[in-house]
Design a protein around this ligand. Sequence first.
Ligand code: NAP
Length: 283
Amino acid sequence: MILLDGTTLANEIKQNIKIQTEILKKQDITPGLAVIIVGDDIASQTYVDMKSRACDMVGIYSIIHKMPSNINEQKIVDTIKMMNDNDNIDGILVQLPLPANIDENKIIQAINPQKDVDGFHPFNIGSISLNTDGYIPATPYGVIKLLKKYSIKLKGQNVCIVGASNIVGKPLMSLFVNEYATVEICHIHTKDLKAHTIDADIVCVAVGKIGLITADMIKDGAVVVDIGINKDSDGRLTGDVDFEAVSKKCSYISPVPGGVGPMTIAMLLENTIKSAKKRKTDG
Ligand code: NAP
């Protein structure tokens, strides 16, 4: 079994982004990322801090707009519009989930698709389906990059994705289809999960449930990508896959932590640099 080491690859990507940032700065462009966080969710705050630290590391300027959970929806939209018009901001992201009283779709759709570095705007989700240029959501993008780094064959492979969210499972499905894989996507209403995972050459899991994928659900030699992030009873980070048992059966597996997580941040930075480069060419 080989570990899909996301930490090492993410560090390589970040080093490369740092060089690109330095080149842009010499041309008077400092890539900028604006992050909006609403409410006091501790996990969201942690993710935002991690993104901000990663920006600092590679020389991207970042600002965090913190808003209270009882904020008026329109005020968030107005803040986004302000950032849409700010030429020093290349990327805008709204940390999800938002408080229940706020319409997530309305907020995401307020972001200029050209600055939607999270890739959640319908325009960018559509671009993935059409396989045209756009921003690819960071987590699915990171999964594909990680698999390619290890030269794992995608074309013609049977892929089973467990979890069908708009931000992970569904865009990942489109990315695999674009690579000519044959894809099945499972969710809470899937009748017999094992019947789908057991035949897959590649299993990707993004649910948020400890121990959901057990060794009997994986075929010998399969590739397993664990996207889930959970905390176990001791407060340790763990994925959705029974790593101990599954790692004895599969050919490759991504650990949690150290697999897809670091790749997600690296790909967000890459999307931000891509946008900053467009600022340069668009003048
Ligand atoms: P989400 O929006 O809650 O989606 C979870 C998906 O799993 C939904 O499609 C849900 O179906 C499905 N599901 C729930 N229980 C299931 C079951 N027993 N069997 C099969 N499918 C089931 O979550 P998300 O935002 O996609 O995140 C999923 C996991 O990935 C979380 O642990 C999250 O922390 C992690 N994550 C990690 C990264 C990273 O950088 N590594 C990034 C994003 C997310 P229904 O919607 O029908 O209930």
